[in-house]
Design a protein. Sequence first.
Lengths: 106, 167
Amino acid sequence: MATKKVKGVAYEVNDEGFLLDPATWTKEYAVEAAKEEGLEELTETHWKVIDFARQSAASAGGASPTLRTITDGAAITTKDLFALFPKGPAKKVAKIAGLKKPEGCV
Amino acid sequence: MAKEQPRKIAFICSKGNLDMAYPALVMGWAALGNGIEVTIFFTFWGMDMINKARVDHLEIPPVANSSMKMNLMGVPGYIGIPQFMGAFPGMTAFATHLMHKKMEDLKVPPVREYLQMLVDGGAKLFACKMSVDMMGLKKEDFIDGVQDIVTAGDFMDMTDGAQIIFI
């Protein structure tokens, strides 16, 4: 167990850096988590994906959406998703959105 | 310290049966989602997966498949399908239909769409030159994501440092 400090607020994360409780997530946390994943700036489209991922998880008992759920649900192409979150969008989206490690296979 | 190289995985797809098309697709997609570079080399019957005329018609025959039991059809227990019955006309089509339905229920996309997802996610697809020559195919016969027809030697060069999975 570890904590991550963002602007004076401590967030509990697991050993792999996933936020423990999605309810503690804030936009500031997302911005910081994104920087750690190599994303200097979150654009409107990034936020669209993050917001969708959080909504999807909330209605799926906390399960992170798969990439395919994101492309279908947030109306974004696979190409764009990989361009927005390069080198591993599945993990990156979940980390930034403060969700669990994705478990689905598709 | 030298900058860490990204992890790389290469799949060799050598089978054209529907059930054997999925392992590389599922694992390749998971790899891309985790930031791992993916290369897929299609050889022998595996080329059906990238052959425009064949990709939508992959099948799973029940003959000589001892793991295929009737529980797929909702029959409890693990009752087998007698081999002679597996050879009846329509049995392959039936088994294929059943598998398509199971996949659909799990929201697993068809092979053609799955391959496109992988290509869009950055996977590199190649066809094996020897198999292409043997089967009299051309690059135009393949789906768009296939980058090139390469030799076994080329494959060795391009997968330097990769983990290789043969399917």
